[in-house]
Design a protein around this ligand. Structure first.
Ligand SMILES: [Zn+2]
Length: 436
């Protein structure tokens, strides 16, 4: 009777979700332990890249890698790798994320992908699974960039986007990045040896929390990332004429604040005019001279546009400039904008996207295709290798906050999808003829 009940219970679990290979409890334990490094009284962590808390956490993570039977090494940019040999002489399949946080960050951003990746390695070891290609876990250094103002630092160096010019950057304590690399046991003079030669990576997978509300709101457990959005940032200056606020008639004003305000609404209206997930933001306005009784003669504001499609960004910017020109004529002012920054969006590789979808389907988990609107290490790696990202839901879309939360069930599912995607890619990458 007991046996029958047990069989029934097991079969009902089987029905709702096929058995996971990864060990959900073990994964949770390591995430909880990791959250002790840099823990804040209000919850969450402050574990900036290149800090005591980060260094201690890396010690813990290296131990986990060694326990999982991985060969551990650190590159000169501070990226931490754990390698598992393959049965053939093929290029490496890499997966991981970051364990550094923002100031007063949460316990899940980056950490889920790192502990999930190590859990995948433990699961492969426990099951005596042999892969054809070597597998590596990576913990990228200083992804968030709150320290030194340089985000995706480790992956940026690895992908060739950053070089020795970053070494003399100093933090608020007057320490340089080179000083910190030495504290991490690295020789800054060898920084460029952290570059990953093109062709040596078969690809890169990253499991990450969504950091936005879509999956949570729709109750979908797995996001298949289509790519990481690109962005353009412009600084705009409106030149009017500063004059007496009492004696200047309304029809003779060249009011820089009034014109800038209309520009702000033009940005919003142009971005809203098309269907899609593009966003546009004016985050500040500074006006001069800045007195109650003087009409502003000058106003300065930034414009930021983001979308997966660089052409769409270009098109929106063109439409915004047309609107600015019309407003300038009506308000009798002049506006000019200078490009501050352009970051290219990066598409996830179609094979990687389909493999993630297939892995989720094999678990009877529903998926949603979506872009990442946040910066990711995968964006850097995409410059040198095909990449794919798996998203798991963020409760309420909250991230970079102690209130960041992803359920243990969603985390376990994400890690299982990563496990299955790694095995599918190990097989498919060969079949697709991607190796030399
Ligand atoms: Zn992150």
């Amino acid at each position: 009777m007991v046996l029958l009940a047990l069989v029934l219970a097991l079969s009902s679990i089987q029905e709702t979700s096929p058995a996971r290979h990864v060990d959900a409890r073990r994964l949770r334990e390591t995430l909880e332990k990791l959250s002790e490094f840099g823990r804040n009284p209000e919850g969450g962590v402050t574990r900036l890249g290149f800090s005591e808390a980060d260094l201690a956490a890396r010690g813990y993570v290296s131990g986990l890698m060694r326990d999982a039977g991985l060969e551990v090494r650190v590159d000169p940019a501070g990226n931490l790798f754990g390698r598992r040999a393959g049965s053939e002489n093929l290029s490496v399949l890499l997966f991981g994320s970051h364990i550094d946080s923002v100031l007063h960050g949460g316990n899940f951003d980056g950490n889920v992908g790192c502990m999930g990746a190590i859990e995948v390695m433990r699961t492969l070891r426990d099951g005596n699974v042999r892969t054809r290609r070597p597998l590596e876990v990576v913990i990228w250094s200083n992804e968030e960039g709150n320290h030194f103002g340089l985000g995706t630092l480790g992956s940026g160096v690895a992908a060739g986007a950053l070089g020795p010019e970053i070494l003399e950057r100093r933090d608020d304590d007057g320490l340089s990045l080179a000083d910190w690399l030495r504290r991490y046991g690295q020789d800054p003079a060898r920084l460029l040896e952290a570059r990953i030669p093109e062709g040596s990576l078969a690809g890169y997978l990253e499991l990450h929390i969504e950091q936005g509300p879509d999956l949570d709101e729709r109750g979908i457990p797995i996001g298949v990332v289509q790519g990481i959005v690109g962005l353009e940032r412009w600084m705009c200056e409106v030149r009017g004429f500063a004059n007496h606020a009492g004696t200047t008639p309304m029809d003779r004003r060249r009011d820089a604040i009034a014109a800038a305000s209309r520009h702000v609404l033009s940005v919003r209206d142009v971005v809203r005019a098309e269907a899609g997930r593009q966003v546009g933001t004016v985050g500040s306005i500074r006006a001069e001279p800045g007195a109650t009784n003087v009409i502003a003669g000058r106003a300065v504001f930034p414009v930021e546009l983001r979308d997966l499609d660089g052409e769409k960004i270009k098109r929106m910017w063109g439409a915004i400039q047309e609107q600015f020109a019309r407003t300038d004529r009506e308000e009798n002012v002049e506006t000019r904008c200078d490009l501050l920054e352009r970051v290219e969006g990066e598409r996830a590789d179609p094979l990687f996207q389909s493999v993630i979808r297939e892995a989720a389907e094999s678990m009877s988990l529903e998926t949603l295709d979506l872009p990442s609107s946040a910066v990711q290490d995968a964006q850097m790696v995409a410059r040198i290798a095909p990449m794919g990202m798996i998203f798991v839901p963020s409760r309420g879309g909250i991230s970079h906050s102690p209130r960041e939360l992803t359920s243990w069930e969603d985390i376990a599912n994400g890690a299982e999808v990563l496990y299955r995607a790694v095995l599918l890619l190990d097989e498919r990458l060969n079949r697709e003829g991607r190796d030399p």
